[in-house]
Write a protein that binds this ligand. Structure first.
Ligand code: PHB
Ligand code: FE
Length: 330
């Protein structure tokens, strides 16, 4: 692929190919797509992914600003967040690639990968395809380039500063602001809680119905911050089909299954060796250790509460052994 030279911080791209898609470069990595597939190249190898799986993964990486730790698009390609810079890798967390010395990684400034990935996502997403939607609720990712879906791929991420429903913070969802109840959650009670504040405290007490909030979510596998208490973030999400990334943790995460069921494949974060299969049913609670990677499978739309510790100190504390990779000693 020929790419233009770039001044700092600009996206390196080539003109549209025969299928209408631009090619992109980031460091020594190259990216191109055709009707069905995405092709990733680096100095020691190359990789192919289905275009829909790739777009679902890059959508999360962009929207979450590279998330906590590692975002594996699949068993070969992905990113590691160092909160200011990002590693972009191929085969680095795959035993076979490493043994064959075919793995490759580069560290890039976050703004460079952010702008490049945003441009890839926007150029390669066709009209009618929504990478955040459940497969049953979106059109197809495939075909020669036709239109775009910029509104969907640039959705603002919900990130409450205190709590959804507090004056000036994220607003509860309703029919009137574009959030109808999802087809799979028609049986969820959606009454608003009754707040009876003491006189003088009316403006300081807030409550919202979290089940209603989730029943009205338009997206899947997209934890949103609905409440924050210092570094303690409640990040519930609605899940359907497969988590489009394999997340490699750099801290412990707690999962509380609020409805239905998710099966989790849990692997060693660095080698990919199988560690566990966790079946979580409504009411189950699990702590995912800081040295694993995991991918969830949700056969019906379900509600999951992800509880994150947002402390910036945790990755170093855990990597240096000062803090254990698990949260509780029994
Ligand atoms: C996770 O990696 O912990 C995760 C990511 C997205 C979700 C749920 C869990 O929707
Ligand atoms: Fe995770």
């Amino acid at each position: 692929m020929s790419v233009d030279a770039r001044p700092d911080g600009e996206v390196v791209s080539s003109p549209p190919n025969a299928q209408g898609y631009r090619g992109f470069g980031l460091g020594e990595f190259t990216f191109r797509r055709d009707e069905y597939f995405v092709y990733i190249g680096w100095p020691t190898g190359s990789h192919v992914m289905s275009a829909d799986a790739f777009l679902r993964a890059i959508q999360r990486d962009v929207a979450w600003d590279f998330f906590y730790g590692t975002v594996n698009f699949d068993g070969v390609f992905g990113t590691v967040n160092h909160y200011g810079t990002v590693d972009i890798f191929a085969g680095r967390y795959n035993d076979s690639y490493r043994k064959a010395e075919l793995d490759y990684a580069e560290n890039v400034e976050t703004p460079d990968i952010r702008e490049t990935f945003k441009a890839v996502l926007d150029d390669w997403t066709n009209e009618g395809f929504d990478p955040f939607a459940a497969p049953h609720e979106t059109g197809s990712a495939f075909g020669i380039k036709h239109g775009s879906n910029t509104g969907a791929v640039t959705r603002a991420r919900v990130a409450a500063e205190r709590m959804v429903g507090v004056p000036g913070d994220e607003v509860p969802r309703g029919d009137d602001n574009g959030h109808p109840v999802n087809r799979m959650f028609r049986d969820v009670p959606i009454e608003a809680p009754v707040v009876e504040a003491e006189p003088g405290f009316e403006g300081e007490v807030a409550a919202f119905n979290l089940f209603e909030y989730l029943a009205r979510s338009q997206v899947t596998w997209n934890p949103s911050v609905v409440s924050a208490c210092k570094d303690s973030l409640f990040c519930p999400t609605t899940e359907e089909y497969i988590l489009p990334i394999i997340h490699g943790n750099d801290r412990v995460e707690w999962f509380i299954q609020l409805s239905d069921e998710i099966q989790w494949e849990v692997e060693d974060r660095d080698s990919g060796g199988v560690r566990a299969r966790v079946i979580m049913k409504a009411g189950d609670v699990a702590a995912m250790p800081a040295d694993i990677r995991h991918q969830g499978y949700s056969p019906k739309r379900s509600m999951l509460l992800v509880w994150e510790n947002n402390s910036a100190d945790l990755p170093d504390l855990i990597a240096s052994g000062q803090t254990p990779t698990y949260p509780v000693e029994f």
